[in-house]
Design a protein around this ligand. Structure first.
Ligand code: ZN
Length: 258
């Protein structure tokens, strides 16, 4: 069966001298493996469309276990991110999270939309360049929400009050903590009003309006630190849960996959 889909190339692994094995994120097919034969050959017309960080329109043949590439045409290239190591490194981090979150077929369309917006904002030479820490922080928090791992930010996670003067974030309880409940988690970290506002905006705004605010640079860093630590913790717990559901298999760890 032949299918036509728009997709983002998350990974492109060389196979032999001439072929590539692609991991792609498509809105309608989710995360898929695509075998692309001959694309690494000199002058191949699909060479560009089968590089990582390319978004394109693809015609695929659906085999029994995997797709193979018939045609591919670039719609948008994020390859220029490779020109700035700092931004490139962050983009690679985004794509690895997208590969994880896009495995849930119902989430794939939103994961793809979020990833494309984040990559656009990370691109060097944008009209209004965004702090890369802020872009990644927004991406990570929205991805948690899409994946059903939203932290509790509408009030105190313990007692529910929304009257909090000095906000703290409890990684243990997964949300904001008020002054009265502070003793419940002595490791909770203070959150500045600017960072709290940025977090709330990220959860409330639709994806196309997400990357439209600024945060002074030290705040962008602490926003990212907070979100990343929470994300790491929640993803780890989710993977551990999956592992215990399917038995204690010797799956490759996320680090060795990257
Ligand atoms: Zn409370």
């Amino acid at each position: 069966m032949v299918v036509k889909t728009k997709a983002l190339v998350l990974r492109a692994m060389p196979v032999g001298d001439q072929d590539r094995l692609l991991t792609m994120l498509s809105a309608d097919l989710g995360v898929i493996s695509v075998s692309a034969r001959g694309v690494a050959r000199n002058g191949n017309r699909f060479a560009a469309a089968t590089q990582p960080m390319m978004y394109g329109e693809y015609v695929l043949f659906q085999g029994s276990s995997r797709y193979s590439l018939n045609q591919g045409e670039v719609i948008a290239s994020f390859f220029d991110l490779a020109l700035e190591p700092e931004r490139y490194e962050r983009a690679v981090r985004l794509l690895s999270m997208s590969a994880d979150a896009g495995m849930v077929p119902e989430a794939a369309a939103e994961v793809l939309e979020l990833t494309l917006h984040a990559l656009h904002r990370l691109m060097p030479g944008a009209r209004v360049p965004m702090d890369p820490d802020l872009a990644v922080g927004i991406f990570e928090l929205k991805m948690l929400q899409i994946s059903g791992l939203t932290p509790h930010l509408t009030g105190c996670v313990q007692c529910g009050t929304s009257a909090i003067d000095q906000i703290r974030f409890s990684h243990r309880h997964g949300g904001f903590l008020c002054e009265q409940c502070e003793p419940d988690d002595p490791t909770a970290v203070p959150v500045s009003a600017g960072v709290a506002k940025a977090m709330l905006y990220t959860l409330c705004a639709p994806v196309p309006s997400l990357f439209r605010f600024e945060l002074a640079s030290p705040l962008a860093g602490s926003f990212l630190d907070l979100v990343s630590r929470y994300a790491e913790d929640r993803w780890e717990k989710r993977h551990a849960k999956k592992k215990s559901l399917y038995g204690d298999t010797d799956e490759p760890s996320r680090e060795s996959e990257a």
